[in-house]
Ligand binder design. Structure first.
Ligand code: NAD
Length: 290
């Protein structure tokens, strides 16, 4: 698994770029906003609430209130960025909430004594929000002659077993989003790169450092993850990658994982994506919207 360092020089190409960051008022998102601004990018931060006073002070920053689970809020966010800057170069889809749904013992009953549907807040924000943010990002970024990129904050939880089921589902889902869009964008030669972050425990609003310290769990600073987000924007060679960040150590994991998966396939098997490419050509799938 390839461990790599992130030098300051390798981040400088974001100067002058226009970047949208969702969940940009706290934790990993806020730290990414601060790093981007320090490197000379213009940033539109989207969140339910503004950053705390004094956390961001730059004329190149605009706050746009948006709930990423609402399509119209996301449309308003992208339109605001276009109105302000004329284009969008990069998007960090990062807004997220922690686990909260108990699918095993938490079922509530309605007035008739029937089981009530559990809340879908976590998949609505963490997964539907990411899908819709990426969809709008592709719509706008592909208009740029030189394209741009999307980074999705997934989680190490998207790669392993984890008992916060709603969160695990949503983060596995975002890895599917990255893998699927990477493959489909490349197949259609659309100049939009997509990559993901799969951070381990990181001090933030969701993961409160003091509590985790009491439990003996190390939390890395959000700034360590922010560097990986900006690296993925800045480095045009990175495509379809998942960057694991733990104790501030950076490793690309997906190329290794996918190589392991290939060893499970029969030697004469037609690859899954190769198969769907043949079907798509025969049945005229994935053509442009009318
Ligand atoms: N902290 C960790 O250990 C860790 C590890 C892996 C992945 N992540 C992911 O990192 C991302 C950022 O989280 P964080 O840890 O920095 O926590 P955080 O709470 O500090 O930041 C999350 C931000 O998202 C915003 N948000 C929540 N719901 C929203 C909505 N519907 N619309 C718009 N904004 C909304 C919150 O207001 C908050 O500002 C999340 O996707 C989280 O799942 C965190």
């Amino acid at each position: 698994m390839a461990e790599f360092l992130i030098t300051d020089e390798s981040l400088t190409s974001v100067e002058g770029k226009v970047v949208i960051v969702t969940g940009g008022s706290s934790g990993i998102g806020l730290s990414t906003v601060q790093l981007l601004l320090s490197l000379g990018a213009s940033v539109v931060g989207a969140d339910l609430h503004e950053p705390l006073e004094g956390a961001v002070s730059s004329a190149r920053f605009t706050f746009n209130q948006a709930d990423v689970s609402k399509w119209q809020d996301l449309v308003g966010l992208f339109k605001k960025a276009i109105q302000l800057h004329g284009r969008v170069d990069h998007v960090l889809s990062n807004a997220g909430v922690g686990p909260r749904t108990n699918y095993i013992n938490g079922i509530e009953l309605d007035e008739n004594g029937d089981p009530k549907e559990p809340t879908s807040l976590v998949p609505d924000v963490n997964l539907k929000g990411a899908i819709n943010t990426a969809t709008l990002a592709i719509h706008y970024i592909r208009k740029n002659p030189s394209g741009g990129s999307i980074v999705v904050t997934s989680s190490a939880t998207g790669l392993h077993r984890f008992r916060g089921v709603d969160y695990t589902v949503s983060k596995h889902g975002t890895i599917g989003l990255i893998r699927g869009l990477h493959t489909a964008l490349a197949a259609q030669d659309i100049p939009v790169r997509i990559n993901g972050l799969v951070p381990h425990w990181t001090a933030s609003g969701i993961v409160q450092e003091e509590l985790f310290k009491e439990l003996g769990i190390y939390t890395q600073p959000a700034s360590a993850v922010a560097r990986a987000a900006v690296k993925l924007f800045a480095d045009e060679s990175r495509r379809g990658q998942l960057i694991h960040v733990d104790h501030g150590v950076y490793k690309e994991v997906d190329e290794t994982l996918l190589q392991v998966y290939e060893t499970f396939q029969h030697e004469e098997s037609t690859g899954g994506d190769e198969g769907i490419a043949l079907l798509a050509a025969r049945l005229n799938w994935f053509t442009d919207a009318k």
